[in-house]
Design a binder for this molecule. Structure first.
Ligand SMILES: [Zn+2]
Length: 429
């Protein structure tokens, strides 16, 4: 099966790399680029504001979706959203989702309904493409990516640097009935939760920014500094239909990266001048890809020297939560590579690759080795570890809130909502 290996430079592969690779062999592929060389980690190119303990508390409480406060924030996160039978976010995704089948459409609708109901300020963009596959002959199979996005109000499309969070929602064509609970139902549910957890604080933050600036800052639109936005991509067609190759895999991601590479902001209907970024692809500040999450005891390494600074922020979020006693799992850290300084250059082929090849910075959150249930019929609801899913949600929520600089605004939202609620209760008396 050596054809699944790409050797960009022929050098020795360490025994441990080979061992890991055997585990990964069936479809995703590791490309070993280079010998082990120390690579300096680059510094963060954008501001990033750590949350206070108070904000972390407020964030995880307010994002729990708990009703009546009968349970702690920790259990509320898992029960309301992530219970495998009744969790409002996760349970509906735990069905087969082969592209262009009723299961796939049901899950698309689940995403759409959730954002319309809970977060009407997020825009939805469908990205459609078609392709033949080795399993379906001449027939063109449609693939549909969903992009939910929140930009700051009154910003030009080319002036928003978007934190981009992605997970694929399709499942394997064979074996029939394959659920793909870790691959990638749980990551999709985590991203839904994250969006809702930061949504109101984002609104509060941007409203405060606008009040401060007033209506006119004296700058032409094109001279304004880019602001931060956030988008979530539910990617279709990640899986190979027969056997992983460059053309039988990543259908949705390849088409989307190509479109966004070519799509210039000055063709945007909102039109009128281009800001800092000329294409949708350049507008991506960081592409965070979640995959194969939800099995117990994950070990997620830092894959890229260029984005190790971002990995450290994510790992720091986990450490903070652990110290605060806000993680449910009590095992080893998921993100163990905090102090990594030597990068071998190996990476796993996944939805980030078409973006990475076009220069987008990537944070790949995928365990090595893969969970043992990977691509087997055991990758189902029964084999998910709900506390692990809950902890991933908490870690990513903190990371996104810090990236979007929401310090102070979570408490503000909670306080205002508390006042509204108390006001309503008074009226009812
Ligand atoms: Zn898979």
């Amino acid at each position: 099966m050596s054809s699944r290996w790409t050797m960009k430079t022929a050098t020795a592969i360490t025994t441990s790399t080979v061992a890991i690779a055997r585990v990964l062999l069936v479809s995703l592929v590791i490309t070993i680029i280079l010998a082990i060389m120390p690579t300096p980690a680059l510094a963060s190119p954008s501001s990033y504001t750590p949350l206070s303990d108070t904000s972390i508390n407020a964030l995880l409480l307010s994002s729990s979706g708990a009703v009546g406060g009968e349970s702690s924030a920790l259990t509320a996160v898992t029960a309301a959203d992530f219970d495998v039978h009744t969790g409002a976010l996760l349970a509906p995704i735990l069905i087969p989702r082969v592209p262009a089948t009723p299961g796939s459409e049901k899950v698309q609708q689940h995403f759409v309904d959730f954002f319309r109901r809970e977060m009407p300020l997020w825009t939805l963009e469908w990205h459609n493409s078609t392709s033949t596959t080795p399993a379906t002959g001449d027939k063109l199979v449609p693939f549909r990516n969903l992009i939910f996005r929140r930009d700051p109000p009154d910003t030009k499309p080319g002036n928003v640097a978007r934190l981009t969070l992605a997970a694929h929602y399709d499942t394997l064509y064979r074996p029939e009935g394959f659920i793909g609970a870790i691959d990638s139902a749980a990551p999709c549910a985590i991203l839904m939760h994250v969006a809702r957890a930061v949504d109101r604080a984002l609104t509060a933050r941007w409203a405060a920014d606008r009040r401060e600036e007033g209506s006119d800052d004296g700058l032409e639109d094109d001279e304004q500094e880019p602001e931060k936005g956030v988008q979530i991509i539910f990617v279709d067609g990640e899986e190979a239909w027969v056997q992983w190759t460059d053309t039988d895999s990543l259908y949705g991601a390849r088409a989307l990266a190509e479109t966004w590479h070519e799509q210039h902001h000055y063709h945007h209907p909102d039109g009128g001048g281009v800001g800092t970024f000329s294409t949708e692809l350049e507008s991506i500040s960081l592409f965070v890809l979640l995959d194969l999450l939800g099995a117990p005891n994950p070990r997620v390494p830092s894959y890229f020297a260029q984005t190790h600074w971002a990995y450290r922020h994510l790992a720091e979020a986990e450490r903070r939560l652990q110290k605060l006693g806000m993680l449910e799992t009590k095992g080893r850290l998921f993100l163990h590579d905090f102090d990594k300084s030597r990068f071998g250059g190996g990476y796993i082929l996944d939805d980030h690759v078409p973006f990475m090849e076009r220069g987008v910075p990537i944070l790949h959150v995928i365990p090595t080795p893969f969970p043992p249930v990977w691509h087997t019929m055991k990758d189902d609801a029964a084999h998910l570890d709900v506390p692990t899913i809950g902890d991933w949600a908490r870690i990513v929520v903190v990371f996104v809130a810090e990236w979007m600089e929401l310090e102070g605004f979570v408490e503000k939202v909670n306080k205002e909502e508390g006042e509204v609620k108390r006001g309503r209760e008074k009226e009812e008396l």
